[in-house]
Design a protein around this ligand. Structure first.
Ligand code: URA
Length: 237
């Protein structure tokens, strides 16, 4: 693929802009400066530099963010900055979207991608993908609360009660629950319907993939093949 097209595909701007980037001497491939925008390279395993920063060619982007509180999962945020502000421009500009949404005050594991099929599969409730949340609640957790969440609570606009796939008390005012749908404000609404209130919410796992301990709030990383295999692991453990 021509270098100009490669840079364009990786989010570095219009073809014209990428051509100018190459001509101005800011691009290297495998460590060698290249100033011809039409030079051809095999994209598999390609490593290139932009202003000295190293990038690996990725056909599609699969990303994991430890979402901090106070960020919206939208490109047109209303009241808080967008999660896309936490990524380099080239990633934000290559059509990456959130895989499902977390509320602005929810923290933890957020997947993003520019692969439409992946986004659909992992955000749709049809596949019944387990998502694990840790909630801090306003009032002490009671056995009735966990029992109600496990047996099913009725949410407004839902035809039938919705039950957590698992639910355990983790502290006086905290619990961990797993849900397999992806309904709007689902955890907060379920806990409210069971008579308590969420004060803080954190997602620690999606499918077989847990939020890595080493990833601080606001940090992100690429998902490699091994991570994607773990995400899709059939036993989700
Ligand atoms: N459930 C919620 O209520 N909020 C989230 O952000 C995610 C799940």
């Amino acid at each position: 693929m021509q270098l100009e097209r490669i840079l364009h595909s990786q989010g570095f701007g219009s073809r014209k802009l990428c051509r100018a980037l190459v001509r101005s001497g800011r691009i290297s491939v495998s460590g060698q400066p290249i100033d011809d925008p039409f030079s051809d390279f095999a994209t598999t395993g390609l490593v290139f530099g932009v202003d000295g920063e190293t990038w690996q060619f990725r056909d599609q982007a699969y990303l994991l963010l430890n979402k901090p509180a106070g960020y919206e999962c939208s490109r047109q945020p209303q009241f808080h900055p967008s999660v896309f502000a936490l990524f380099p421009d080239a990633i934000a500009n290559r059509g990456v979207q959130c895989v499902g949404r977390l509320d602005q005050d929810t923290t933890g594991l957020l997947l993003l991608s520019d692969d439409g099929q992946f986004i659909h599969t992992w955000s749709s409730g049809k596949k019944r993908i387990p998502k694990v949340y840790d909630a801090v609640v306003r009032h002490p957790v009671s056995d009735q609360l966990t029992a109600a969440l496990l047996s099913g609570v009725q949410l407004h606009d839902e035809p039938a009660p919705i039950a957590a796939a698992s639910c355990e008390q983790t502290g006086e005012r905290s619990l961990r629950l797993t849900i397999t749908e992806g309904k709007y404000h689902q955890v907060k609404r379920m806990i409210a319907a069971a008579g308590n209130r969420v004060d803080a919410l954190h997602r620690s796992r999606v499918g077989g993939l847990a939020l890595p301990d080493a990833l601080a709030p606001g940090q992100w990383r690429w998902l490699e093949d091994a991570d994607l295999a773990q995400l899709a692991g059939s036993d989700f453990d």
